[in-house]
Write a protein that binds this ligand. Sequence first.
Ligand code: ATP
Length: 447
Amino acid sequence: MVNERMTNEAMDKLVSLCKRRGFIFPSSEIYGGLNGFWDYGPLGVELKKNIKEAWWNDMVTARIDMVGIDSAIILNSRVWEASGHVKGFTDPMVDCKECGGRFRADEIDTTPCPKHKEKMVCDCKDNLTEARQFNMMFKTYVGALEEASSLAYLRPETAQGIFLNFANVLATSRQKIPFGIAQIGKSFRNEINPRNFTFRSREFEQMEIEYFVHPSQAPEFYEYWRDMRYQWYLDLGLSKDHLHLREHEKEELAHYAAACSDVEYDFPFGTSELEGIANRTDYDLKNHMEYSKKDLTYFDDEKRERYIPYVIEPSAGVDRAALAFLCEAYSEEQVRNDKRVVLRFHPRIAPLKAAIFPLVNRDGMPERAKNIFDTVRKRYNVFYDDRGAIGRRYRRQDEAGTPFCFTVDGQTAEDGTVTVRDRDSMAQERISAEKVLDYLHDKLNID
Ligand code: ATP
């Protein structure tokens, strides 16, 4: 299904806005870029930081049953044997004998042909090779010798670092089952066909939770996490009309999973996964016990029961969340004779919370505006802009998704008030210059 609100043309506009306003740039751009890699600019890094902070605050800090870790990206290679990634982290790949392109065999119906833009890859069926399995883990070598014994992988998910530290966390954190361990960090997948802007990248960030439960409680905690993770995106501004929970069919489930749901979003290029929530049973801990020969069981000292916990895993992508928030926020409006582009971000994730302007650069206005700026920036990420016509400055902030703009003008010297302009309604009112921080605090309602 294609998102009706936003055509592919609008998606192109969003991509160009991201570049123009410093959200997202192609990586290594001055060398021609590198397919599947992206850099976040000054606004993009704030957007991503706000998403990660919202997740960490809501999933870890605000909860008594969660702790966080930050594990290494490169782990002992045995980890990936135990987890099944060395053998099974593959996608089926086909080659086109005509153009030399390589494609995911399960996506040929929706992947445009690089040579004939009007066709899909599946239209070149006669030129496609048989599908073969391609392992998506990036390889590297640890130490000076490039030999089999020093082979290592860049992690394709953050989850395994959590399982490896299960016993460490248990021994040091006073947590008792049910409890969870959270981690945010980079993951790497050598995707056959990176595409749809940042949606499918080769380097990306994940926000993952492994929530450890008694096996008998796994179904109820699975439902709990599935519903609460879905709600989290709604609370941050994704619309119910564009956000779906899709329960996997039995045949679709990974062999170790007892249940799995995807939180899906209607992107302009189709409805696609934002996050997966799975009941992974005791698969991971059991395999790590077998391969490492270490005890990863849990002992419940009240019930005098020893068992291998089941795990509920909500696994989200920061970059996909950022892209969904950008798509949701993007809107174009006709304002009199002018077109206005505005990013209607939820205040919690807006990169800038406010902008402060002097109307003109004289009559003490810059000094007064800078005073306000200095006060407010101690608390919020705000922008000072003294260049260009005021209308253009408002438009620039609309494109950045900044909820409020405060302007110091001639009246400020007379009665100590400034103009505040609302991003969404464009309504303006006057408030006391001394109350700017309180006003923001009330209106943003985010801390
Ligand atoms: P897909 O089917 O789209 O390849 P997946 O099911 O393999 O995704 P998971 O292994 O469940 O993805 O990873 C959890 C989350 O990590 C995904 O929901 C997504 O948000 C993010 N993610 C996975 N692969 C990528 C990627 N190549 N680029 C950006 N984010 C990704």
